[in-house]
Structure formats: C-alpha cells, structure tokens
Design a protein around this ligand. Structure first.
Ligand code: ATP
Length: 363
C-alpha cells in the first residue's frame, strides 16, 4: 500500500474553506479501495500566523516541507498585511525555496460553464500555460534608496538566466509534445526588451531543435491578449515569463468562465523537492466565512496533484466527478451565477468519487 505524505497549507481567506474540501475528496478517494493512502500534516501558516509570530511561516518551515510528497496550498493574502509581505513571506518563499520552477495552469471550459466569449465552444479553448516561476521579473532583485526624499530610486530587476530560461522552455516543449496537438506558443516581448527577451527567443529556437514533432510559434505578449480572445483555437500549450504568464493566466481563467475554477501546479520537475498545488484564486476576503466559495478550483488542483503522483486513474476519477458537478446548474456557486454552497458542491463531488467503481473492486 503506497502512502503519500501531503502537507496542507490552507493559508488565508477562503483557502481555509477550500483546502479542507480538497482534503475531503482525497480522503474519500483513498477510502474507495484505492491502492494508496494519504498522511496529511496541516500547517497553520499565513496572516494569522504573521500576527502571532511576525512572519508568515517559521524560519525552518521549508525543512518541514522537504519530506513531503506534495503540498496542497490554499491562498495567501490578508487585508491588514501588505500584499508583498504575504506573497513573498509564504507562497514565493516556498516556490523559490523548493525550486518549483514550472508553474502550470490548464484552462478549459468545463461542461455546464457559461464562458464569456461568443462563438467559442469548449473545443476551442483547451490551453495549458507554463509560467517561469523562480526568476524573471519576480526575481526579487532590486531595492529602494533615499526613501522618502525627492531623489528616491526604486528598482525591480528582471533577472533571466540561460539555465532558468532553457529549463522552463524545455519543460514547455516536453509538455506540448505530450498533448495531442503538439503545439507550443512562446510568448515574448523581444521588440521592446532587447536583451533578456532576445535571449529568451534564441533559447526557444535552440530547444525547438530537440522537439522536431512540436509545431511552435512566437507571439508578442500584447498581441497574445487579443489572440486569446479572437482566435482561442489557435493556441494549445503556451510558455511565458513570470510576469507575462501571471497576467495571461488570469485572462485565461476569466475566459474559461470563473476564477473559482482553475488550478495551478508549482512543479519541481526533478522531484528532489515536493511540488505545490493550489487553486488560482486568491483569498477572496469578500466571501470568506460565508460558505459560498467555489471549491472546484481546489478539486481540479487535486487532480493535478494526483497526476503528479502518477495516480492517473484516480486523477481521472476526480475530474469526472468535477465535470459531473459543473454540468449541473444546481451545483453552481455564486461566482457561476448559482446559489450552491461550498458544502453542496463538495458533497456532490465526494459522492460521485465514492460511487465510481474502484479499480480494486473491479479486479
Ligand atoms: P488576493 O489578494 O489573495 O489575490 P483577491 O480577493 O484580490 O485575493 P481573488 O481571491 O482572486 O482576489 O478573488 C477575486 C474575486 O473573485 C473575489 O472578489 C471573489 O468574489 C471571486 N472569487 C475568487 N475565487 C472564488 C471562489 N473560489 N469562489 C467564488 N468566488 C471567487
């Protein structure tokens, strides 16, 4: 019997509501005669921890995560703590500290979801965005001098390394190769940013030679926003820098129907360190504690986690339960125009997982 050690970090806001829902789905899955079990350890890091200890997580927190097989994360954000502290103190600290350099965000229109684009069916929007997750515009390099004086200077330095660029592009080409269309779009801005982004383009050209079966093209990030809206079917796998993909993936989530649906995986492909899985939405304080947060983003996150653990059958089972739920308008939460609660959707998804024929029972 395999045992997966899972760290759960609900974090802030609705993270505290959707992470337990995700954990519940995993527990139901494991109870259904699966060949694996989960050992959960919960970490209470985030805004409340910051108020008690002056930091978002303990100094040796990364060490506690290193022994895990995966991390299920909720969100970090608190109305009373500056965003750069919550972000850098928890999520980015883990992503950089565990070298999770590939941020992977699938976007597609699930059954029953009313997506905003006219003339765009589910078959036209089925993307995976690969975001460089450890350097680039969010490298953290920079600083402020002469603070408060008229001569104050502030810099955020975008740092792009050959090694960092090559590994993310190689990851994206490999992912594109594994998908039916074998199609990759490399997002750039090498017309205006004439150093790092030119290197980015050159490396794409070099890496492409190792993937002759992948069709690829280049798109400027500004033109990319229009292409996502006007010609969604021309895209499949997309790779972009940290900042560019951050923006494009929010657009992708909105075009797929709601911020409450999409998942993200922060992957350390070499598997020396655990990877971290989280819904794309933030802490959504406006709906916190009301029991109306959409847990679908977290369930899809669980699917990505199971895929990463090489539990493909289990992942498919959870995805089928998600699609069964989204197809039913009575199970739509407020963000999708419905009135279902987090508990309603969780119950339905868990019941579908539990009812599915278990591989062991079939054997
Ligand atoms: P943060 O600062 O942590 O990123 P935020 O509140 O600025 O958080 P999001 O959490 O991404 O941003 O949410 C934006 C809006 O989308 C929220 O006001 C919320 O109403 C809605 N929303 C986001 N996620 C969900 C969800 N899972 N279920 C329902 N509504 C959601």
């Amino acid at each position: 019997m395999k045992r997966y050690r899972i760290a759960t970090i609900p974090g802030d806001g609705i993270g505290k509501e959707v992470v337990p829902a995700g954990r519940q789905a995993l527990e139901v899955l494991a109870a259904r005669g699966s060949e694996f079990r989960f050992e959960f350890e919960d970490f209470d890091w985030g805004g409340d921890y910051y108020r008690r200890h002056g930091s978002m997580m303990p100094a040796d927190g990364l060490e506690a995560l290193k022994g895990k097989d995966a991390i299920l994360f909720g969100s970090a954000g608190d109305p009373h703590i500056p965003d750069h502290i919550t972000l850098w103190g928890l999520r980015l600290k883990i992503c950089q500290g565990l070298d999770q350099y590939a941020n992977v965000r699938p976007a597609r229109i699930l059954p029953g979801i009313d997506a905003p684009l006219k003339r765009c069916g589910p078959a036209d929007l089925n993307w995976v965005i690969v975001r460089e997750n450890t350097e680039g515009e969010y490298s953290g390099a920079g600083g402020r001098v002469h603070q408060g004086f008229p001569i104050e200077v502030a810099t955020d330095l975008s740092v792009m390394t050959r090694a960092g660029t090559e590994r993310i592009q190689r990851y994206a080409f490999r992912l594109a190769q594994s998908r039916p269309r074998k199609l990759l779009t490399v997002v750039t801005k090498s017309n205006a940013q004439r150093h790092a982004m030119v290197m980015w383009d050159e490396i794409a050209q070099e890496v492409a030679k190792d993937f002759p079966d992948v069709a690829w093209d280049k798109e400027m990030v500004d033109a990319m926003t229009a292409r996502m809206v006007n010609r969604p079917a021309s895209l499949d796998t997309i790779v972009a820098t940290n900042l560019h993909a951050d923006i494009l993936s929010d657009l992708a989530a909105a075009l797929a129907g709601s911020l409450g649906i999409g998942p993200t995986a922060n992957i350390h492909p070499e598997r020396v360190y655990p990877s971290m899985f989280e819904p794309i939405h933030g802490s959504a304080f406006d709906i916190m504690g009301k029991g109306i947060a959409n847990p679908v983003g977290t369930f899809w996150t669980v699917v990505m986690m199971l895929e990463h653990l090489d539990e493909a059958d289990a992942a498919r089972r959870v995805m089928a339960a998600i699609e069964h739920a989204t197809a039913n308008p009575k199970l739509h939460t407020r963000d999708l125009g419905g009135s279902a609660t987090t508990a309603d959707v969780t119950e339905a998804v868990c019941a579908h997982i539990a009812a599915a024929k278990s591989p062991l029972a079939a054997a």
